[in-house]
Design a protein around this ligand. Structure first.
Ligand code: 5RP
Length: 294
């Protein structure tokens, strides 16, 4: 676009002014209707305003990922410690007990598998809204590839999903993907998170970065952060702590929970940071306590 050169740089994020909220606690949702608000209130805890989402959808591109070889054994014991499960409809149907009292986020799109060097071609629909609702979805997720070859296709999938889901009061989670050649800078996340919100995402999943407070302030809907590759437990807790401190409304974390040597301890420790403001050190003690009690 001719207009991408010579523009004034964005700079005034009013970090000291909270987001406008009129009568409903989830950012950007004050003007939504009842069903949307009700589902958002199942995702975000009304007391803390935050959420712990447990992502275990990695098999959709990676096959049997470490820690997820047997989802039927690994994930159900973690359910009491999280607010939301994020997975594919195939795994919900086959491995998750339908009686579990937990919110569900169903992945709507597929992408190329890890057998391809470039997975960011934009993919396609893996599931339609009817199927997501039959899987009891409280939320539907679409992966997007901002700045990569799949950008346009994935934004189309996001917009079509948000159209369909809004009709039924189901929130859409827009996921910012970071491919191997994609930037992981404040500049990139500022742009990507805002683009997703403007195109219909009610929640955005992104990554923590330096300058995250500006990313969170300029995104008009809640951001939850992904964990990324497995870190030492204390480092992962530190990242979650900083993200919440800087304006995230939760985590959507996978490997840093299910690849931990004590997934239940890590899920509970993350919950303490996200919902109760524990410091990383205090939360690490929770993790160790649970681990040592096993
Ligand atoms: C991929 C996803 C995954 O669910 C996500 O990466 C979360 O898992 P992790 O914390 O292991 O990165 O949305 O885009």
């Amino acid at each position: 676009m001719a207009d991408n050169i010579g523009n004034k740089a964005a700079h005034d994020y009013h970090l000291d002014v909270p987001a406008a909220q009129e009568g409903f606690f989830v950012k950007g949702a004050s003007h939504c209707d009842f069903g949307m608000k009700s589902r958002l209130a199942r995702i975000f805890n009304p007391r803390s305003g935050n959420t712990v989402m447990l992502a275990f959808d990695h098999g959709y591109i990676m096959g049997p990922t470490a820690g997820l070889e047997r989802i039927d054994l690994v994930i159900p014991p973690l359910i009491p410690h999280v607010d939301v499960l994020m997975g594919t409809r195939g795994i919900f149907r086959s491995c998750i007990p339908p009686a579990a009292r937990v919110a569900k986020c169903v992945r709507m799109t597929y992408d190329s598998t890890v057998l391809f060097d470039d997975m960011s071609n934009g993919g396609g629909f893996a599931c339609d809204l009817e199927n997501a609702l039959r899987t009891d979805a409280d939320c539907v997720a679409v992966q997007t590839f901002i700045g990569a070859p799949g950008e346009s296709r994935s934004l189309e999938l996001l917009c079509r999903t948000a159209d369909a889901a809004t009709r039924y009061g189901v929130p859409t989670l827009g996921v910012v993907a970071v491919g191997k050649d994609m930037e992981r800078t404040e500049r990139f996340f500022l742009l990507a998170t805002r683009v997703l919100a403007e195109n219909g995402a009610n929640i955005v999943k992104s990554y923590y970065c330096d300058g995250f407070e500006r990313v969170a302030a300029s995104c008009p809907v809640p951001i939850v952060i992904a964990g990324g590759k497995k870190l030492p437990e204390l480092d992962a807790l530190e990242m979650a702590y900083k993200a919440i401190r800087d304006g995230a409304h939760g985590v959507d974390m996978g490997r840093n929970i299910f690849q931990s040597d004590c997934p239940a301890g890590m899920a509970q420790a993350i919950g303490k940071v996200v919902h109760e403001g524990y410091t990383p050190k205090q939360a690490f003690e929770v993790y160790e306590e649970v681990k040592n009690s096993k």
